[in-house]
Design a binder for this molecule. Structure first.
Ligand code: DMJ
Length: 673
């Protein structure tokens, strides 16, 4: 009760028990409604305010609650992981040193990841300088035909302390030494081993050991061989547990299905060819020849199947000249065409490749802008090869429409486009990350693919980069890292998807092709930021999304929200490192890539075969394996690592090929004029 004069507080009067003879729901609702009407406006406002407050609290705390819940449900996985750990079956936590029994002969494929050089972060480089690479082969053509060193001829010398690699003929001229801590010891050709010993910890050998080893010439570990070994390890898991299926689940030793089309196998075909893995390629080719059928009643995503399957088959055809892959490419390309039968000619996201029907997702008639604008390289190439213009016409109609559309902001595009109206929807949000990223990438790459003649593509690309600079670029505090934020209704959100790390490479590719030099300046800065997204994490692996501090009160430039701590073995940073190294020859980019490979080996490698995405890049003790190896780990990540470390600039020359957004190289069209 309250006095009529004082109404600055709330009083809820509950009726007495006997007066509440509720008979049914309706009566109860009426009674509640009457009570509600009896309240003063102030009381009602306060109650509504309270409810709104509780709702907002719920939303704010939901991510951390779900994280906890997920932590609980992760428990059995965690127990499995610990069980594997107990049995010595998983990458050991940092600090534990594996012992290699004296006299054991190791192949590179047998080197456990923990023996690999230890990662030092953030500012101390892993190695004082990058190892000298093998001389590039003088002949051109597929590396599959090039002879590489025999990787099985690694020998342990002096027990756990050092490994010496012998030449195929058993000679001693090329040797690599790995210390017991895993720190790599290198020396120049012709340098005596003893002169490479710098101290006790992290040093290959003391005087006695050096005497045992005798003065020998040592050289750096061949990084391309380490990538080959990583591929073989991933392939071993895929073969054993997921052969012919879409994805490997390496921890549960089974497979996951998305389209049911052997996605990992197809995505990995050209990687095997480029890495020179003949046997693996041959067995995969056999599967494509005898098992792969697109005549299936299955819904596939237009974009994903274009970039992974069509792109993978086309590039493998170009690299090998084997028409099996062209025939398969024609088959899938043709089956994807129903996606373009929409009122606007902006394609639907999903196609049933068996029935020849297409549809948008169940909840919307929108398609994603990146998805409809990042299928052009592949369909254009299919038309060129088949001399059938229908593919090129369909995708270029999309390009034409998007070029003309209203709703861009300084060349930046919204994330959704409607398949009925052909207009952008949900305008107001602009990002270089998910749902828009490869729109920008394909503007530049189509211009290159077509011989730099299609000026509208170039104009749109140049305008978009200006739009990025004007609207999205910021620098962090305290270290002034440049990043690309997201714009939401005029408000800048200082977060960046790992996906955005394709941008330094694309900018550098543009600058290499005569676009403004300040594109290269921006590429250099963004490359540093993407590197820091790895280097500043405890596992040395980047989170899916980084939040950047504009005014740091915790001394850090980068924060990671609990929901964004996962790493899916994505390629974008390594992709950009590859471009940056090719164009600058600055060895730091190789070292950064090497660090990432070490971290993949340390935290994501599953001993029975395969690599797994992880849920927590901030926890080096238990990074929470997610039990999934994405097909792009083989299609892109390992391919770009190999190309980054290869000294052969002609191996997929950037003046002859453009990579599609799934790292499948397609030829730049020969000039007809
Ligand atoms: C790949 O499928 C492609 O690179 C795509 O453009 C973005 N997402 C993945 C890799 O992260």
């Amino acid at each position: 009760m309250y006095s009529p004069q004082r109404k600055d507080f709330v009083s809820l009067t509950l009726g007495d028990q006997h007066s509440r003879s509720y008979t049914n729901g309706k009566h109860r609702r009426q009674s509640c409604w009457r009570k509600w009407k009896q309240l003063s406006r102030l009381q009602r406002s306060l109650i509504l305010f309270l409810l709104a407050f509780l709702f907002i609290c719920g939303i704010l705390f939901y991510p951390s609650l779900t994280e906890q819940w997920r932590g609980l449900s992760d428990r059995s996985l965690k127990e499995d992981w610990v069980e594997m750990d107990n049995r010595g079956l998983r990458p050991i936590p940092p600090g534990l040193i594996p012992k290699i029994p004296p006299g054991v002969v190791l192949g590179v494929q047998d080197i456990p990841p923990e023996v690999m050089p230890e990662i030092q972060r953030p500012s101390i480089p892993l190695l004082p300088k990058p190892p000298a690479m093998r001389k590039p082969p003088s002949k051109r053509g597929p590396p599959v035909l090039q002879k590489r060193g025999n990787v099985s001829d690694w020998q342990v010398k002096d027990g756990e302390e050092a490994m010496v690699r012998r030449d195929e003929d058993g000679g001693k001229e090329a040797k690599t030494v790995i210390s017991w801590r895993g720190a790599m010891i290198e020396a120049e050709q012709g340098t005596e081993l003893q002169s490479t010993a710098h101290g006790k910890e992290g040093t290959v050998a003391d005087d006695e050991e050096a005497a045992n080893l005798k003065p020998v010439t040592v050289k750096a570990v061949d990084r391309v061989e380490v990538v080959q070994e990583a591929f073989r390890h991933a392939w071993k898991g895929y073969k054993a547990f997921a052969w012919g299926h879409d994805e490997l689940k390496p921890i549960s030793k089974t497979h996951g299905e998305w389209f049911g089309l052997g996605l990992t196998l197809i995505d990995a075909l050209d990687t095997m060819w480029i890495l020179g893995l003949k046997d693996e390629f041959a067995e995969a080719r056999k599967w494509v020849e005898t098992e792969l059928s697109f005549s299936k009643n299955v819904d596939v995503n237009l974009f994903e199947s274009t970039i992974r399957i069509l792109g993978g088959l086309l590039s493998t055809y170009h690299l090998t000249g084997d028409t099996l892959f062209l025939d398969k490419a024609k088959d899938i390309g043709f089956r994807l065409m129903p996606a373009f039968k929409t009122p606007s000619k902006i394609p639907y996201s999903d196609v049933n490749i068996g029935k020849g029907t297409a549809h948008p997702p169940r909840w919307t008639t929108d398609s994603t802008v990146a998805e409809v604008t990042s299928i052009q390289l592949e369909f254009r190439e299919l038309s060129r090869l088949t001399q059938d213009p229908q593919y090129q016409n369909a995708v270029e109609e999309v390009t034409r429409q998007v070029h003309r559309l209203e709703g861009k902001r300084d060349g930046l595009v919204p994330m959704f486009i409607n398949t009925n109206s052909g207009k952008f929807t949900r305008r107001g949000a602009f990002t270089l990350g998910a749902r828009a990223d490869s729109y920008y990438e394909y503007l530049l790459k189509q211009w290159l693919q077509g011989g730099k003649k299609e000026t509208e593509l170039l104009e749109d690309y140049l305008q978009a980069i200006e739009g990025v600079k004007k609207n999205l670029l910021r620098q962090t505090s305290p270290s002034k890292l440049t990043f690309v934020g997201e714009l939401s209704n005029g408000h800048l959100n200082p977060k960046m998807d790992h996906l955005v790390c394709f941008l330094p490479g694309t900018l550098a590719l543009g600058a290499h092709n005569g676009l403004p030099a300040d594109h290269m300046d921006l590429a250099l800065q963004l490359m540093e930021t993407c590197h820091q997204m790895y280097a500043q994490m405890e596992t040395g692996l980047s989170p899916e999304i980084a939040h950047f501090n504009l005014q740091s009160n915790n001394g850090r430039d980068i924060d990671v929200k609990p929901a964004d701590r996962h790493n899916l073995l994505r390629p974008e940073t390594i992709e950009s490192l590859f471009y940056m190294y090719r164009f600058t020859k600055d060895s730091k980019y190789r070292d950064w890539g090497w660090d990432i490979l070490q971290s993949f080996n340390k935290y994501t490698r599953v001993p029975s075969g395969g690599y797994t995405s992880i849920s927590n890049v901030r926890d080096p003790v238990y990074p929470s394996p997610r039990d999934k190896m994405e097909s792009f780990f083989l299609g892109e990540t390992l391919k770009y690592l190999f190309l980054l470390f290869s000294d052969d600039n002609e191996l997929i020359s950037l003046d002859k090929y453009v990579f599609n957004t799934e790292a499948h190289p397609l030829p730049i069209w020969p000039s007809t004029s």
